[in-house]
Design a protein around this ligand. Structure first.
Ligand code: MOS
Length: 741
């Protein structure tokens, strides 16, 4: 049978699209079991110290209030081990879930109020009086750059420091040098759907409806914290309204909801407010990055170094691996990257779309632009000249790489050739116009995944896996993969995901889901198909009786002889004779690939900005990305991921910035009026093209992942365009108007 998947990739509409636009898709907060009580969190208003006194009497007296939980009366929880995605770098921890009187950051949970209606719970929460004993705190990373230390949580598979060659010597000897320091702002995740959890106990078992990117991870954390068996916890997440990484962990409110529901003997719903999203579920940390580049006069890179720092919590680490692009993007004999961390009295940061690659590429690809100007080369030409034909720090060949194609196609479609190289030379009326570009890349990650595919007597198939769809299109692509293998129209395939009782799969993070779960779905569908072939070819009543398995192919809900399409029978006929019992195939991701190779997706992003010289306002006018990411399972959902990632980069370059008042530790920008994300007017014409690429080495379906790469290099392309428009090199992001005046 063919190993290709020729019709996978078609830009079919999302199979769950109708459910979503008609409001029938049920998100976590929309489950309302009988007897439900609503939880509202009270969060600390100091950054460090202890809760000296907490007066809940006024709250408890209100009608409808069921309980007010504080560190004095909350159920005791067990330590939560870090979830598998997090390695040792990050644990939600139980220490700040009402287990003691310590306050470790501003906005930490100090009480949970439960009442029969949301309004009553909110009212009661407002009446909880807390007296704090404050201690001196430090929340400002810019005031503590000298306190950076190597991360304790260093991991072999993603090391914080990587070096090859002798950077210091090569840099000192280089005739052209760039030495620049960049800062990127803290960003907070703002998916459309805030986090929400509904926990329902039935005897010793609990069902947790949760807004998550990782049903199995939530299952493990809840089971560990509440000291019950893993199989006593069922986590359901049928739809996730976006995540960008914040929904990859099990945060304290999830565990609190489950613990509170057990404590009061009623189902509990705990939905975070938009403001609480800024203090409860991590964030992309501020980074400071020093980039040093050395080159020959003709523009050949001789030395590359990027060393960065990011703040972490004193109680938990998260390393933003800003060197991950600099260490592999261009060929250079000497490369050294490192990340250190600054422990502060803040909440622990976490993954946000392309963590490390996004922030790191912003500093690095701007520094590369500076170097291109320093050696007098066009920025695109400079990148082509320094193209890495093999992985420069791992000495491995790429499993495939189509970056040059991306540059060529991107430049052509964008019209890069029309660019006047001189900064400040292009105008449109009063506006200064600039073109900028950057390279893009994202590694191929895979996490263990299992799947099951079942064919029913009526000839329809069901795909099942304990993965989830965070809005990217998982339902659709797994339907397509199974339909392809079984030779069924997609209308005859149903996809069931988002439930921890289904075959286990990993976090929907690291752009890993399509490849990991897709491989498992493919293997399961192939096993099912092979079982059907075996049934038919062994059955005297089948027209296929006696044929060798390899002489049978699938076609439109039937098995037919490869060399005679008229000889065959429908799946329904095979199952009817076999007693109408469903036939099931099971499969999992095989992780034996890619050892000999390094696998990355690549891309090129081009941006045009207009800058008002009087007001300093920079706006993106258009943007174009060209990406090669192996086999594409659905061209429409893929393009959506690419342009979504690119628009995210517009936010990083120009808008997004979480501001903390360091006198108190209060985050002051915690609603959409103050925390600006790109809206339609900020992203006028953003488009992306799929550069065809086949890679047999990545995984069972040949994908590389498309969820994050659009966000890598996007902000740098915009920043480089701003420089080209104005001649001003801003190195502190976002580029707000004050920096251009
Ligand atoms: Mo994404 S930041 O890998 O969930």
């Amino acid at each position: 049978m063919s190993t290709q998947l020729p019709s996978v990739g078609k830009p079919i509409d999302r199979v769950d699209g109708r459910l979503k636009v008609t409001g029938k898709a049920r998100f976590a907060a929309e489950f309302n079991p009988p007897g439900l009580v609503h939880g509202v969190l009270v969060q600390s208003t100091i950054a460090k110290g202890r809760v000296a006194e907490i007066d809940t009497a006024a709250a408890e007296k209100l009608p409808g209030v069921v309980a007010v939980l504080t560190h004095k009366n909350a159920p005791k929880l067990k330590e939560v081990p870090p979830n598998p995605r997090s390695g040792s770098s990050q644990s939600p921890g139980t220490e700040f879930q009402l287990q003691d009187d310590r306050v470790r950051y501003f906005g930490q949970n100090v009480a949970l109020v439960l009442a029969d209606t949301l309004e009553r719970a909110q009212d009661a929460a407002a009446r909880v009086k807390v007296r704090y004993e404050k201690e001196a705190h430090a929340t400002d990373p810019t005031a503590a750059l000298d306190k950076a230390v190597p991360p304790k949580s260093d991991r072999k598979d993603e090391p914080a420091a990587v070096a090859r060659g002798d950077f210091d010597t090569a840099f000192a000897a280089a005739p052209v040098r760039i030495d620049a320091t960049f800062t990127t702002a803290q960003e907070n995740h703002n998916p459309m759907e805030p986090h929400a959890t509904v926990a329902v106990w039935d005897g010793p078992k609990v069902t947790v409806y949760d807004a998550t990117q990782y049903v199995s991870g939530v299952q493990e954390s809840v089971a560990a914290a509440l000291d019950v068996g893993r199989d006593d916890v069922r986590v359901v997440c049928l739809f996730t309204g976006g995540g960008f990484g914040c929904k990859g962990n099990t945060w304290p409110h999830v565990i609190l909801a489950a613990a509170a529901a057990r404590h009061v003997g009623r189902p509990v719903k705990l939905a975070l407010t938009r403001q609480q999203m800024f203090t409860s579920v991590g964030y992309r940390p501020f980074t400071s990055q020093r980039v040093r580049l050395g080159a020959t006069k003709d523009g050949t890179l001789a030395a590359v170094s990027l060393s960065g720092v990011n703040p972490v919590a004193r109680y938990g680490e998260f390393t933003e691996l800003v060197g991950s692009v600099a260490r592999m993007m261009y060929a250079a004999p000497a490369i050294a990257v490192a990340t250190r961390v600054i422990p502060l009295d803040v909440q622990v940061p976490t993954y946000m779309r392309a963590p490390g690659e996004s922030t790191g590429s912003l500093a690095f690809e701007v520094a590369v632009d500076e170097m291109a100007y320093a050696v007098g080369l066009d920025p695109l030409e400079f990148r082509l000249k320094n193209h890495a034909d093999t992985h420069p720090t791992e000495d491995k060949p790429w499993s495939s790489k189509s970056l040059k194609e991306c540059y060529r196609i991107g430049a052509e479609k964008f019209g890069w050739a029309k660019r006047d190289p001189k900064p400040g030379a292009m105008r449109d009326g009063r506006l200064l116009v600039g073109y900028g570009m950057a390279s893009s890349t994202y590694p191929v990650h895979l996490f263990p995944a299992k799947a099951r595919v079942t064919l029913a007597a009526d000839g329809t198939a069901t795909v099942e896996s304990g993965t989830q769809d965070l809005g990217t299109g998982s339902y659709t692509i797994f339907t397509q993969v199974a339909a392809e293998i079984l030779g069924l129209p997609v209308e005859k395939v149903r996809c069931r995901i988002g439930d921890s009782t289904l075959p286990r799969a990993g976090v929907s993070g690291g752009s890993s889901t399509a490849g990991s779960v897709g491989s498992a779905v493919r293997a399961a569908a192939e096993e099912l198909r092979d079982k059907l072939v075996a049934l038919a070819t062994a059955d005297a009543k089948s027209p296929l009786k006696g044929l060798k398995p390899e002489a049978v192919v699938v076609a439109d809900g039937r098995l037919v002889a490869k060399d005679d399409a008229t000889r065959g029978e429908a799946y329904t006929a095979i199952l009817a004779r076999a007693g109408k019992k469903p036939v099931t195939g099971e499969g999992e991701l095989k992780q034996d690939r890619a050892k000999k190779f390094d696998s990355h997706a690549f891309g090129a992003i081009f941006a045009e900005v207009g800058v008002d010289p009087d007001f300093g306002t920079a706006r993106v006018r258009r943007m174009f990305g060209a990406f090669a990411a192996g086999r594409i399972l659905n061209a429409k959902t893929t393009r959506s991921q690419y342009i979504g990632g690119m628009i995210f980069g517009i936010g990083t370059a120009l808008l997004e910035h979480t501001v903390t008042d360091h006198r108190t530790g209060l985050i002051v920008t915690r609603e959409f009026a103050d925390y600006l994300v790109p809206v339609n007017a900020d992203a006028p014409a953003v488009d992306a093209v799929i550069v065809p690429e086949e890679d047999p080495h990545t995984n069972g379906v040949g994908t590389k992942g498309v969820g994050e790469i659009g966000n890598v290099g996007s902000a740098a392309a915009v920043a480089n365009a701003v420089f080209h428009a104005t001649g001003k090199r801003v190195r502190d992001f976002p580029i707000t108007l004050d920096k251009l005046l």
